[in-house]
Design a protein around this ligand. Structure first.
Ligand code: SAH
Length: 393
């Protein structure tokens, strides 16, 4: 261990690490010794020389070290295999029999900073977000093959944040034979076709599974408006729950085509969904108020803190339109997946929208991440999905 590169923190800067936070910012570092190459494993010490832990360096990033352990131990295949098993036990217990598509590893939330692995039946999709995990890609491919025996592992590291790590975007087959353009998954009795090569994110919005399912129970005989529908995840659940009429809005042609196919795939022949391609902000304005349930699941508007004021205006506008469109006693399922939008602010925005729409609104439930997207409590930055279920009187 003595030969590992190391950083020593400025006095007092060890507090977040002692409380379990996995990130060390470059501004906290007093001294660096040894070769801190991107992705290199090394140690971190407090200003008074106390060993704090071992992690992965990236001197090109503002986050100079991502901690993997606070113990003196060797970070080898059995160490990472242990983390993988710990993550898998959670999913096995919580999701078995409900779906064959879920997040296997959720980065910091599973104590593997920068690594995302999603499972779609026999196919795994891997995303390396840091130089550290980029170096360990081969090791994780071996571990995943041994543990899951997948048909394929496909990489979807085509995310802009890789540039902040000094890495190019990457996408392609990592293991197995060439994969099909799309294949079927199952989620609480619904079937969906997923395209991991070209689809958004790693192919499907796994994080909304439980929230989609919750719609099945309240949709019977209802008229639904699904805004930002992507491939129709929420809508299909409402269809299976017996919805009477479904209107869907998305700006992506491919997403709407897929959504249409999903009605046939799920034998929902009695419903002919009304598909509208366009900007949901505009389309919602043009609709007549007549809906029992409105779903708002927009893309993240605030990826950076500086975007918050504009994002807040966007959320306010959408929620205002949703309240305008809801019938008396109608339900709103409203979400934000912006990292910088906390629940408190989101609730204030929805409240302001209700006031402007002249509706009296009850909060029925708060919604968030499913269990395959765990958040390390020491790392609240990992929480991003905020949702509310409201009834408008
Ligand atoms: N609810 C979906 C996920 C939604 S993701 C599910 O459960 O699977 C957000 C969607 O918003 C994407 O499909 C994207 O194409 C769409 N989108 C982005 N900007 C939009 C806009 N201004 N108007 C309509 N749709 C938009």
């Amino acid at each position: 261990m003595g030969s590992l590169p190391r950083i020593t923190l400025k006095k007092g800067k060890e507090k977040p690490i002692l409380r379990g936070h996995p990130w060390v910012f470059s501004g906290a570092v007093a001294r660096a010794e040894g070769d801190l190459a991107p992705g290199e494993i090394g140690e971190v010490y407090s200003g008074d020389g106390k060993f704090l832990g071992i992690g992965q360096f990236n001197p090109h990033s503002q986050i100079i070290l991502r901690l993997l352990t606070r113990r003196r131990e060797t970070l080898d295949s059995s160490f990472f295999g242990g983390r993988l098993l710990q993550a898998d036990v959670l999913r096995e217990k919580g999701l078995h029999g409900k779906t064959n598509a879920y997040r296997v590893i959720n980065g910091e939330g599973d104590f593997l900073p920068g690594l995302i692995v999603d499972r779609y039946g026999e196919i795994l999709v891997l995303q390396c977000l840091t130089a550290g995990m980029e170096r360990l890609k081969g090791l994780f491919i071996d571990l995943l093959v041994r543990h899951f025996n997948p048909k394929n592992i496909y990489e979807r590291s085509d995310v802009p944040s890789r540039r902040e790590e000094g890495l190019p975007e990457a996408r392609g087959l990592l293991y197995g034979e060439e994969i099909l353009d799309s294949f079927e998954i199952e989620e609480y009795g619904c079937r969906f076709r997923v395209d991991v090569k070209e689809g958004q994110k790693t192919g499907f919005y796994l994080d909304q599974r439980e929230n989609r399912f919750s719609l099945q129970k309240v949709s019977h005989g209802k008229k639904i408006l699904d805004c930002f529908c992507y491939s129709g995840g929420f809508s299909i659940h409402t269809g299976l729950g017996g919805a009477k009429e479904i209107t869907m809005i998305d700006s992506s042609k491919e997403a709407l085509e897929r959504a249409k196919d999903h009605f046939a795939l799920n034998h929902l022949k009695s419903i002919s969904p009304h598909l509208i391609r366009g900007d949901a902000f505009e389309v919602m304005r043009s609709l007549e108020p007549d809906y029992d349930i409105v779903i708002l699941d927009p893309p993240p508007f605030a990826k950076k803190k500086g975007h918050l004021p504009g994002a807040s205006r966007g959320y306010k506008d959408l929620n205002l339109q949703a309240f305008r469109l809801l019938k008396r006693e109608g339900l709103l399922f409203t979400f934000s997946c912006s990292h910088h939008m906390n629940l408190d602010l989101f609730q204030k925005i929805v409240f302001a929208a209700a006031v402007d729409a002249g509706r009296r609104v009850q909060l029925l439930a708060r919604r968030g991440h499913p269990i395959d997207h765990p958040v390390d409590l020491s790392h609240p930055e990992g929480e991003y999905l905020r949702g509310m279920v409201c009834r408008a009187l």
